[in-house]
Design a protein around this ligand. Structure first.
Ligand SMILES: Cc1cc2nc3c(=O)[nH]c(=O)nc-3n(C[C@H](O)[C@H](O)[C@H](O)COP(=O)(O)OP(=O)(O)OC[C@H]3O[C@@H](n4cnc5c(N)ncnc54)[C@H](O)[C@@H]3O)c2cc1C
Length: 407
């Protein structure tokens, strides 16, 4: 595709290094080419707008994740165009692990196996995000700029100037910026520069890949709820080819209060936990254990500002109960695209107009996440209750309710 960006030389209104002579101008710049950013670019395909999708990484790139793709992800893409879900599935067929079951292990060792009604699958994000970006390249006229790390952005009356970390690259100018740049979003920080991390709405998580795990069916994702930790769980998810994504997450409040080192905790669990240790006795780590943060949904983080919308993790849209966020990232990216088109139709980019987007997010995603946050807090530390729920789910009608609760 040919770039449709307008290029012009700098004038007095931009303070740029003297060797940077040009600015690329777009209608919309989407920062971050993860699920939120790629879905947003796909949803803008017929808009006629000049769109850039920028990412600091070169794709394919890894993203620390559990690699479980929640079933609503494909539904949102299919609503956009049924062909997208089909094409994405075709791109991923040989690499994904279709998961038909989950196994929940209660703190008392009791086990519950659940069959899912909706098709879901696990796949390393290395492949999933690359495939989504392939759809963007195939079906849209978006300028995809990889290796472009945003350092800062400045909003004025007429637009937003985006400055890259690498000062030899040209700055970008846009009428509207959509921040899809993840949990440590620079775009979100531009809206609330002094906001400190709210540990009540944040999870610390670690993950590594293993092979040689035993008693681990390739169609089953395992969740271990542990007596020793208030809110959080350990997971063992098959991701295809005999490889397992293994991780552990705990609410950041607890991590700080108990000074937990999660990398150490996970290693200990895999060698000493009565159910995990036998399964990992012969296992080989394929990667080191790495950590990342999860901004949980249900908080009052802003989702918009003048000429700016935030999507996915940048808006803190992760399910507090399960830690899933890919489906919400895709959904919010699509909602932002709809709002972006309305902005250009009306030529309104002010915060008051963009509050429509924040309301959509609240109604369609935020309210549900807030409910799930309350449920997560209610269950936190109540080992007996988790044991009881897993035990009681032997009865079909309770199992149906549990299935609805965990999604
Ligand atoms: C350990 C762990 C396990 C998880 N497990 C699951 C799971 O199993 N299932 C699930 O649904 N969710 C899971 N999540 C949550 C999920 O990873 C996120 O919700 C999802 O990736 C959000 O998508 P996004 O597009 O908003 O952000 P991201 O996927 O984080 O994408 C953001 C993009 O922005 C780019 N970027 C960042 N900063 C800049 C910058 N300054 N300039 C330019 N580009 C930038 C990044 O390179 C990246 O490509 C997990 C998260 C973690 C940490």
């Amino acid at each position: 595709m040919l770039s449709r960006a307008k290029t012009y030389t700098t004038s007095g209104c931009f303070a740029l290094p003297s060797f940077v002579a040009v600015i690329n101008e777009y209608d919309v710049v989407i920062v971050g080419a993860g699920p939120a950013g790629s879905a947003c670019a796909l949803a803008l395909r017929h808009s006629g707008l000049r769109v850039a999708l920028v990412d600091k990484a070169q794709f394919p790139r890894d993203k620390i994740c559990g690699d479980a793709i929640p079933s609503p992800t494909l539904k949102h893409l299919a609503r956009l165009d049924p062909g997208y879900a089909t094409e994405l599935s075709a791109l991923l067929t040989s690499r994904r692990a279709p998961t038909t079951h989950s196994r929940l292990l209660a703190p008392n060792g009791e086990e519950l196996r659940i069959a899912w009604h909706n098709p879901a699958f696990n796949i390393p994000r290395l492949h999933f995000d690359e495939a989504l970006l392939t759809l963007v390249r195939r079906h849209t006229a978006t300028d995809v700029l990889e290796d472009y790390a945003l350092r800062s952005l400045q909003t004025d009356e007429h637009g937003v100037t985006l400055a890259p970390s690498d000062s030899t690259k040209p700055p970008l100018r846009a009428a509207l910026v959509i921040g899809c740049d993840g949990a440590n979003s620079i775009v979100a920080r531009s809206l609330a520069p002094r906001a400190s991390l709210d540990r009540a709405y944040h999870c610390a998580v670690v993950r590594a890949y293993y092979t040689g795990v035993t008693d681990a069916p390739e169609d089953t994702s395992d969740f271990y709820f542990l007596r020793e930790y208030q809110a959080g769980y350990c997971w063992v998810f098959p991701v295809g080819g005999g490889v397992y994504n293994v991780g552990f997450g705990v609410l950041s409040e607890e991590v700080v209060a108990r000074r937990l080192n999660l990398k150490h905790e996970l290693s200990e669990l895999l060698t000493t936990h009565p159910h995990l240790a036998p399964r990992f006795a012969e296992a080989k780590a394929l990667t080191s254990i790495t950590g990342f943060g999860l901004p949980l949904g249900g908080s009052t983080r802003p989702a918009h500002g003048p000429r700016i919308m935030l999507c996915g993790d940048a808006a803190g849209l992760i399910d507090p109960l399960q830690g899933h966020g890919i489906d919400k990232a895709v959904h919010s990216g699509i909602l932002a695209a709809t709002q972006a088109m309305a902005c250009f139709q009306t030529q309104r980019f002010d915060a008051e107009y963009l509050a429509n987007y924040a309301r959509q997010i609240e109604q369609r995603i935020g309210q549900e996440l807030a409910q799930r946050y309350r449920l997560m807090r209610f269950l936190a530390g109540k080992t007996w209750l988790v044991n009881m729920v897993v035990g009681a789910a032997r009865w079909p009608w309770l199992r149906r309710r549990l299935l609805r609760a965990v999604g």
